[in-house]
Write a protein that binds this ligand. Structure first.
Ligand code: FPP
Ligand code: MG
Ligand code: MG
Length: 382
C-alpha cells in the first residue's frame, strides 16, 4: 500500500548523534574538583535509556522537513564561534563533537535533510535534557531513599546524600550555562520552567491528594490531580524539550505546537507505564527497586483505578500505607482489580494522541522513529 508505515529502530536514525552524547555530557560536567567531578559524572557511567535526548534528536530531524519561512532557523550564533568559548574552565563547554559538519554551523534556509539536518544547538539541547533529567534522578534517589539506579548502587548510596544533592545542583548549573549559550530566550525560558515544574510535581507527589485528608474519598479530581502531577514530574521535560527542538529549528508555530503535544502525550504515557511497571516487573529487570511506590506512600494510577471500585483503599491512601500490612493489602487489591489494565489503556490513549499530533509531518525516517518511540514506550519492561 502507498502509505504503509515505515518501521524502524529509532536509535539507528540518530545513532551517529547519540554516539557523542555521553562524551559531550561528560565534557559539560568537568570540574576541577576531583570528587565533584566523579560524583557529577557517576550516572554517565551506566547505560541510561536516553529517551529524552533521542526524542529531541528525532524531533529535530522530523521537523527539519516541515515547511518554514526561509532563513528562519534559529541557531543564533551558537557553535559559530564566540558563544561556546569557555568562561570558567578550559574546554568544558567547547563544542568538540567531531561529528558536527561545518556546513550545519551556519544559517541554511535551503538545508538538505541527512547528515546536517540536526543543528549543533539541537544536539546541545539533547544533552541539556539528559542533564536536567539526571539531576532530577540524583535528587529523586535521595528523596526516595533509593538503593539502586541503572543496575548499580545509586549515587546517594555510593557517595552519600550530601554529595548526591550537590552533584544534582551542579548538573543544573552546568545545564543552565549550556542553555544560556544557546542564546535563545524562549528556549531558555522553556527549560527553566521545566526545572521549576519538576519541583512542583515532586511537591504534589508528597501529598496524596490536593487536601491530604485522613480518609480521602475517591472523586474524579483524584485522577485529575494525579495527571497534573504526572505532567509536571515527567511530561513537562519531554514536551517542552520537544517544543524547544522545533523552536531552535525555526519551525512554524503549528509545528512547534504539534511537537509539544507529541511530547506531552508521550510523556504522560511514559510515566503511566512507569507506574505500571512498579507493580509488574522485578528489581532485576528494572535496574532499580520494584514495588517501591507503595513503600514510599505513593498512590499511582494502578491503585487509583483500583480504589474507584474498592473504597476501602481510601483509608490506606490517607495514611500512606503505613499501617500494619497496608502495602501487602494494597498490592492484593490492585492485583485483583482492573487497575493495571486501565492504566495501560490510558497510556495507549495518550500514545495514540502523540502519534496523531505529528500525523501532519511529512513522512520520514525520523517521523517513523517518533512513532516507533510510542510503541517502545508501551512495550518497555524497564
Ligand atoms: C523519578 O520518579 C523522578 C522524577 C521524574 C523527577 C524528580 C524530581 C525532583 C526530585 C525534583 C527536584 C529535582 C530537580 C532537578 C529540579 P520516580 O521516583 O517515580 O521514579 P524512579 O523509580 O525512577 O525513582
Ligand atoms: Mg524514585
Ligand atoms: Mg520519586
Amino acid at each position: 500500500p502507498p502509505d504503509a508505515p515505515i518501521t524502524m529502530d529509532p536509535f539507528q536514525t540518530v545513532a551517529r548523534e547519540m554516539k557523542f552524547l555521553t562524551g559531550n555530557i561528560r565534557q559539560l560536567l568537568g570540574s576541577g574538583h576531583p570528587t565533584l567531578d566523579t560524583v557529577a559524572k557517576y550516572y554517565t557511567q551506566s547505560e541510561g535509556k536516553y529517551v529524552r535526548p533521542m526524542l529531541v534528536l528525532l524531533m529535530s530531524r522530523a521537523t527539519a522537513l516541515t515547511p518554514r519561512t526561509p532563513a528562519s532557523r534559529r541557531d543564533s550564533g551558537f557553535a559559530r564561534g564566540g558563544v561556546d568559548t569557555p568562561i570558567t574552565e578550559p574546554t568544558i563547554l567547547a563544542d568538540e563533537n567531531p561529528d558536527t559538519p561545518i556546513s550545519s554551523r551556519s544559517f541554511d534556509s535551503a538545508h538538505t535533510p541527512g547528515e546536517s539536518d540536526i543543528l549543533p544547538s539541537q544536539r546541545r539541547l539533547a544533552e541539556i535534557t539528559e542533564l536536567i533529567h539526571t539531576a532530577s534522578l540524583l535528587h529523586d534517589d535521595v528523596i526516595d531513599h533509593s538503593i539502586s539506579r541503572r543496575a548499580a548502587p545509586s549515587a546517594n548510596i555510593e557517595f552519600g546524600n550530601k554529595m548526591a544533592v550537590l552533584a544534582g545542583d551542579f548538573l543544573l548549573g552546568r545545564a543552565s550555562v549550556a542553555l544560556a549559550r544557546l542564546r535563545d530566550p524562549e528556549v531558555t525560558e522553556l527549560l527553566a520552567t521545566v526545572i521549576a515544574n519538576l519541583v512542583e510535581g515532586e511537591f504534589m507527589q508528597l501529598k496524596n491528594t490536593a487536601r491530604d485528608e485522613k480518609n480521602p474519598a475517591w472523586t474524579e479530581d483524584t485522577v485529575t490531580y494525579y495527571l497534573q502531577k504526572t505532567y509536571l514530574k515527567s511530561a513537562s521535560l519531554i514536551s517542552k524539550s520537544c517544543r524547544a527542538a522545533a523552536i531552535l529549528g525555526g519551525s512554524s508555530p503549528e509545528v512547534v505546537e504539534a511537537s509539544y503535544l507529541y511530547g506531552k502525550n508521550l510523556g504522560l504515557a511514559f510515566q503511566l507505564v512507569d507506574d505500571m511497571l512498579d507493580y509488574t516487573v522485578s528489581e532485576a529487570e528494572l535496574g532499580k527497586p520494584a514495588g517501591a511506590d507503595l513503600e514510599l506512600g505513593l498512590a499511582t494510577a494502578p491503585l487509583l483505578f483500583a480504589w474507584k471500585d474498592n473504597k476501602s483503599l481510601g483509608r490506606l491512601v490517607g495514611r500512606k500505607f503505613t499501617g500494619e500490612g497496608d502495602v501487602q493489602r494494597a498490592r492484593e487489591i490492585v492485583a485483583s482489580s482492573t487497575g493495571l489494565q486501565q492504566t495501560r489503556a490510558l497510556a495507549q490513549e495518550y500514545v495514540d494522541k502523540a502519534i496523531e499530533a505529528i500525523s501532519g509531518f511529512p513522512d520520514s525516517e525520523a517521523k517513523a522513529g517518533l512513532v516507533e518511540m510510542c510503541t517502545k514506550v508501551m512495550k518497555r519492561r524497564k
